[in-house]
Design a protein around this ligand. Structure first.
Ligand code: GLY
Length: 399
């Protein structure tokens, strides 16, 4: 009797398993992955004769030609990183070998101490390589890079210094939150808590001084040395000192969500929720999820959008949707991020194959105050778009 029941139940399970369709991959998603992989490979082909040392594609110049940088540019890791992510999504081995080729060009950056951006540069390239196709020596390179980043931490000030240019005594920009991921990783890998301690000191003091009442953030906060008191609060790439520069808000939500992942510190989670609220409540309109370049830009709606801010936000919101106990809020974040991805994957933002110099997304903004990269593709928009697609795929459990 027992056996009969077992067979019957097994039969039903089998029937059910066969009749439930596997998670269908939506057409827009398949098209996004296909277009992205083709674009990245098209770009590699276009650039194959450029000398390695100056071949870090960043964006498109006004005349339509490539803006290429050297390894020390803050964006140098995003093209290899994008190829790693596209490899993960599409499985094309050529993407992996191009990703490795471009990643290895960054090797010397492990000793570079000239800015705070080495986290972006190395964790988005080597970090993805370690995850997907590690090679001997990769990990040590990232640990050495973490050491280099720590040289920019002044214990008296209690923060990592962002830049060495300008009139500020000790500038710290909200973007710097993104570099902390590598430090958390380095502590986990080495067992040395130094990197994590520095990351948390930086995140704590940034939380204290970078945010306004409504949890929008200043771009640049400068500190007095050695007191560590605030010297000034303002902007470099936003519309005004008191405005909310779109990408800054995106770096903030991503940064505090990521810090919560490593620390489980509720203060970071609370910050991420509040920044999310600001972003969601201040979207352009009910069904429009791509922010203008600055939430306070004069002339809205006739000003450029920033697809890069949207892509970073989507990736962060997918992660944040899994934290906390409020299911309704989690769903709101997930839906919002999905809507960003759908909008970015529409012809309004997704380039046509073999156009846009091989960059994936249209319509980002580098810096309007410097009249630089206004309404252009940007390699970091592409990187975070791909990361968001990957996170979406993982959450939806597509085959
Ligand atoms: N980290 C520089 C920028 O977001 O433009």
């Amino acid at each position: 009797m027992k056996r009969k029941m077992y067979v019957a139940v097994w039969g039903i399970s089998l029937l059910t398993a066969c009749s439930i369709p596997k998670a269908e991959t939506p057409e827009w998603f398949e098209n996004a992955v296909k277009t992205s992989s083709h674009q990245l490979l098209y770009m590699a082909e276009q650039l194959k004769d450029v000398p390695d040392t100056v071949c870090f594609p960043r964006s498109t110049k006004e005349d339509g030609s490539y803006r290429l940088e050297n390894a020390k540019d803050w964006t140098s890791g995003f093209y290899p990183g994008s190829m790693w992510l596209a490899y993960e999504l599409a499985g094309d081995e050529v993407l992996a070998s191009e990703a490795r080729k471009y990643t290895n060009r960054l090797k010397d950056i492990q000793y570079y101490t000239g800015n705070h951006d080495v986290g972006f540069m190395m964790f988005c390239s080597y970090g993805q390589g370690i995850r997907l196709k590690p090679e001997p020596g990769d990990k040590q390179i990232l640990v050495n890079t973490s050491e280099s980043l720590c040289t920019r931490f002044d214990p008296q000030v209690g923060l990592i210094r962002s830049w060495d240019f300008g009139d500020w005594s000790y500038p710290v920009i909200i973007d710097n939150m993104m570099n902390l991921e590598m430090l958390f990783w380095a502590s986990e890998q080495t067992g040395n808590s130094k990197y994590r301690d520095i990351a948390m000191a930086h995140a704590d003091k940034t939380l204290k001084n970078h945010f306004r009442e409504n949890m929008s953030s200043y771009h640049v906060v400068s500190y007095c040395v050695p007191s560590g008191n605030v010297e000034s609060k303002g902007t470099f790439q936003g519309y005004s000192d008191s405005s909310a520069w779109a990408r800054g808000q995106a770096w903030g939500i991503y940064g505090y969500t990521m810090c919560y992942r490593f620390t489980q510190n509720p203060a970071y989670l609370d910050a991420a929720h509040k920044i999310a609220r600001f972003i969601i409540d201040n979207r352009p309109s009910e069904n429009d999820y791509i922010p203008y370049w600055d939430y306070d830009a004069p002339g809205i709606p006739n000003v450029p959008r920033d697809a890069s801010a949207a892509a970073v936000t989507a990736s962060a919101l997918f992660e944040l949707s899994g934290y906390g106990t409020d299911e309704k809020l989690g769903k709101e974040y997930f839906d919002y991020a999905e809507n960003i991805l759908k909008q970015l994957s529409s012809p309004d933002y997704l380039a046509k194959e073999k156009e846009n110099n091989g960059f994936i997304l249209l319509h980002s903004v580098g810096s309007i105050p410097h009249n630089m990269e206004v309404d252009t593709p940007l390699n970091y928009a592409d990187y975070y778009y791909l990361e968001a697609l990957k996170r979406y795929k993982d959450l939806k459990k597509f085959n």
